[in-house]
Design a protein around this ligand. Structure first.
Ligand SMILES: CC(=O)N[C@H]1[C@@H](OP(=O)(O)OP(=O)(O)OC[C@H]2O[C@@H](n3ccc(=O)[nH]c3=O)[C@H](O)[C@@H]2O)O[C@H](CO)[C@@H](O)[C@@H]1O
Ligand SMILES: C=C(OP(=O)(O)O)C(=O)O
Length: 423
């Protein structure tokens, strides 16, 4: 089993470069299925979700090259191979194969997705959208079967502004006959990024990034070239880390506009965030103040940032409250932080953390991706050594995290331990 071992307490300093956005990358790659010639995507993060999608593209007959963050997918010989199990279960965003394969082949069989367990994560809005476009959708033995004689544009109102449903419906609708209107669409920057690639492939999409998206279906989509946007969640994680244990850290390759909610919250805590065009500098923090946080859909504070932010709250004076309105049970990191001496408790969909506290190195488990990121920051802050288990979650979302942090002066290493020594 692979674990991270972190010797805590080192102050960190220097520049750290953010990679391409995971949540864009995992939709851009399936979007290539819709083209009739090769699509190249540049700036992709080297994370396990991207490698899993590469394998899935190959499983359905795509020819894929991936080097130095640049992936070219030739979808010409792809077929509607059923994908009920295997790689689709390793990640959440394999659900985008449903929309993309339905758009191209008018049929697909895709296993229910994996990904972070954050409490229930239904996909009813995706299915409602596919059905509105004319697909018959059934759930058989844990796989979703989709079939349509033809896809027809429709007006679809999303009951929740879901990122996944918005993108998935967009992927199918670009090849439907006539106009599709998605109302109460999610507005996350990753949706705009996917719409940009699809438009470059010949799709007709208006309104991505607003709550009403209009799509005029086209008969074919062609190859294109695209560079993925920077990962705003990775950037926010490193901003929080910089505020917690930095002696001056510049986070490079960011779009500061995408980070406004976290920037505002850090400033409220007393952090002096300095924005430039494509970078953000965080000087050494002075006194940190407790704050209350509520996660919301974009442009509100992302639920994915809540978990790392909890660690910073252990260093702030007073009691902070974090209410997660998107995933009410996304608090498994709190138990692990308590093992590290954090003063924290969960009441319903709210965590309450009181600081400042000295964190103690401990053996802890990453229950999901951002819980893992939170524990890495906690380990960097803690006195003594921290050992983090189940780091495969972290590797779904953070490209080269060990190398990036060590370059700032951290002491973190990946080690393989035997299960016996894991106890
Ligand atoms: C691969 C990817 O992009 N993952 C992100 C995406 O996940 P994901 O796309 O799965 O999240 P959604 O935006 O769909 O979920 C938002 C909320 O809507 C609910 N819901 C969603 C779909 C549906 O059909 N029915 C339904 O009820 C969910 O349970 C959740 O409470 O957005 C989440 C919320 O910003 C982020 O935490 C994830 O990092
Ligand atoms: C929850 C996340 O990812 P996924 O939707 O891929 O599980 C995340 O990125 O924090």
């Amino acid at each position: 089993m692979e674990v991270y071992k972190i010797k805590g307490g080192n102050r960190l300093k220097g520049n750290i470069k953010v990679s391409g956005a995971k949540n864009s990358a995992v939709a851009l790659i399936p979007a290539t299925i819709l083209a009739d010639s090769p699509v190249t995507i540049d700036g992709l993060p080297e994370i396990s979700d991207v490698l899993t999608l590469k394998l899935l593209m190959e499983e359905i007959g795509g020819t894929v090259t991936f080097e130095n963050g640049k992936m070219t997918v030739d979808p010409t010989n792809m077929e509607a191979m059923p994908l009920p199990n295997g790689n689709v279960k390793k990640m959440r965003a394999s659900y985008y194969l449903m929309g993309a394969m339905l758009g191209r082949f008018k049929r697909a069989v895709v296993g229910l997705p994996g990904g972070c367990f954050l409490g229930p994560r239904p996909i009813d809005q995706h299915i409602k959208g596919f059905e509105a476009l004319g697909a018959k959708v059934t759930n058989e033995h844990g796989a979703i079967y989709l079939r349509a004689d033809e896809l027809k544009g429709a007006k679809i109102y999303l009951d929740v502004a879901s990122v996944g449903a918005t993108i998935n419906i967009m992927l199918a609708a670009v090849r439907a006959k006539g106009q599709t209107i998605i109302e109460n669409a999610a507005k996350e920057p990753e949706i705009v990024d996917v719409a940009t690639l699809l438009s470059n492939m010949g799709a007709k999409i208006k309104g991505a990034g607003t709550s009403v998206i209009r799509i005029d279906g086209v008969d074919e989509l062609h190859g294109a070239q695209h560079t993925v946007i920077p990962d705003r969640i990775e950037a926010a994680t490193y901003m929080i880390m910089a505020a917690a244990i930095g002696d001056g850290i510049q986070v490079d390759n960011v779009i500061p506009f995408h980070l406004e909610a976290v920037t505002a919250k850090l400033r409220e805590m007393g952090v002096k965030v300095q924005e430039d065009e494509e970078s953000i500098f965080i000087p050494k923090s002075e006194t940190l103040h407790a704050v209350d946080v509520k996660t919301l859909v974009y442009p509100g504070l992302a639920t994915d940032i809540q978990q790392p932010l909890c660690v910073l709250m252990t260093q702030a004076e007073g009691s902070s409250k974090v209410t997660d309105t998107i995933y009410s049970a996304r608090f498994k990191h709190i138990d692990e932080l308590r093992r590290m001496n954090a003063v924290a408790r969960v009441e319903g969909n709210t965590a309450i953390l009181t600081g400042p506290t000295t964190l103690h190195g401990s053996t802890v488990t990453a229950s999901d991706l951002r819980a893992g990121a939170a524990l890495v920051i906690a380990g960097l802050l803690a006195e003594g050594e921290t050992e983090i288990h189940d780091i495969y979650h972290v590797e779904r979302g953070y490209s080269d995290i060990v190398e990036k942090l060590n370059a700032l002066g951290a002491e973190i290493r990946k080690e393989t331990i035997t299960p016996a020594s894991a106890n």
